[in-house]
Ligand binder design. Structure first.
Ligand SMILES: N[C@@H](CCC[C@H](N)C(=O)O)C(=O)O
Length: 270
């Protein structure tokens, strides 16, 4: 039995990831391998994979994959965990630096208390739409945070929703699928959210989804900028939205590390 591929397990507000350090970009990260890694019975279990790649030019690149093996543009909880990994591994100096993602470069600040603030880029409200859950329709706001979201502010307590199945959405409006958030307003500047993520299912948090939720709440009250805390099943994050950018602040935790069995990994490549 050989040992080989190094991994870490991380999470941000319990949105969890397998981190694969691959500075030279040599890992053949097939869909089958991502699905197996993320499977909570036959693999390590996670909502997604963060491959850590050092390009020839530019900053460290976050190659994010959803648990079903699909590629997504951006992951707000993932970028915090990725940043914490770089600092812990001595690959980035503690403090401020930049990370490459498919949605563009993201500036991050790793704080001494273990939290990370990530630049989330410009938030674009692209329209309105409808999500359906169990025959009930929820009006939402379509928001682009680098990846697509339909964020539905509702008075139905989000705890009551059955999100085992993907919420219905208009496939013409979202040809590449969509992450769907359901949001309760607890107070001015305090939201509660549950999410069904594209390529994953219900997760305990979605960083880009929290930004979309705040944008949706602001839009509904005639505002484009503002800030809020967002309670999710896995904890709490803080979001600030400005005209030309946004930030997300929350925890990043790396509880474990190890090596994948080489024979297991190789067999998945067959
Ligand atoms: N959990 C992530 C978002 C991951 C990508 C998403 N499922 C998609 O397909 O767009 C986050 O924290 O933002």
């Amino acid at each position: 039995m050989g040992v080989g591929v190094e991994f870490l397990k991380g999470h941000g507000t319990e949105n969890d990831f397998v981190v694969l350090p691959d500075p030279d970009g040599v890992l053949d990260l097939t869909e089958a391998r991502v699905r197996a890694l993320c499977d909570r019975r036959r693999g390590l279990g996670a909502d997604g994979v963060l491959r850590v790649v050092r390009p020839d030019f530019g900053p460290w690149f976050m190659d994010y994959r959803n648990a079903d093996g699909s590629i997504a543009e951006m992951c707000g909880n993932g970028v915090r965990v990725f940043s914490k990994y770089l600092v812990d591994a001595g690959l980035a100096a503690a403090g401020e630096f930049t990370i490459g993602t498919r949605a563009g470069e993201r500036h991050v600040v790793v704080h001494d208390d273990g939290t990370v603030t990530a630049d989330m880029g410009r938030v674009l409200v692209t329209g309105t739409g409808t999500a359906t859950v169990g025959g009930s329709a929820f009006s939402g706001v379509a928001v682009d945070v680098g990846n697509p979201h339909l964020a539905c502010v509702t008075e139905v307590p989000v705890a009551e929703l059955d999100l085992k199945l993907p919420p219905g959405h208009d496939p013409v409006q979202f040809p590449h699928g969509v992450n769907v958030e359901f949001v309760n307003v607890l107070d001015d500047g305090a939201l509660r959210m549950r999410v069904h993520e594209r390529g994953v299912g219900e997760t305990r948090s979605c960083g880009t989804g929290t930004v979309a939720s705040v944008a949706s709440w602001l839009y509904g009250s005639g505002r484009r900028t503002g800030k809020a805390t967002v309670d999710v099943p896995g904890g709490q994050v803080s979001v600030v939205i400005e005209e030309d950018g946004s930030t997300l602040t929350g925890p990043a935790v790396l509880p474990a590390r190890g090596e994948l069995d080489q024979a297991w990994w190789d067999a998945l490549g067959d």
